[in-house]
Design a protein around this ligand. Sequence first.
Ligand code: FMN
Length: 82
Amino acid sequence: MTRSFNFGEVPKTTYDFLKKFHQRVIGTAVSGNKNWGTNFGKAGEVIEKEFGIPLVIKFEMGGFDNDIKKTKNFLETFTGIL
Ligand SMILES: Cc1cc2nc3c(=O)[nH]c(=O)nc-3n(C[C@H](O)[C@H](O)[C@H](O)COP(=O)(O)O)c2cc1C
């Protein structure tokens, strides 16, 4: 889980983490704000392109019920951990 910053950039802490552990990451949930227009949650797209990690969901604030549902579904489907 990460956020988008400064016109869709991947935060440095996220980038550093992914450089080390990208092979163990199964998907990205990215928070952002729709006020940023086409840059809303763009970090998720950058991560998908650069590291080949699927973008599971973009969400605002703490996520709405539907965002939480989709994220749980993803975890259930791909890992069976819930
Ligand atoms: C300086 C600054 C730049 C930001 N840039 C983006 C951006 O490019 N895209 C985006 O979706 N959200 C952007 N945001 C919103 C943050 O991603 C958002 O605040 C974060 O996901 C946490 O969500 P919350 O503040 O609703 O808790 C930015 C916020 C700040 C303060």
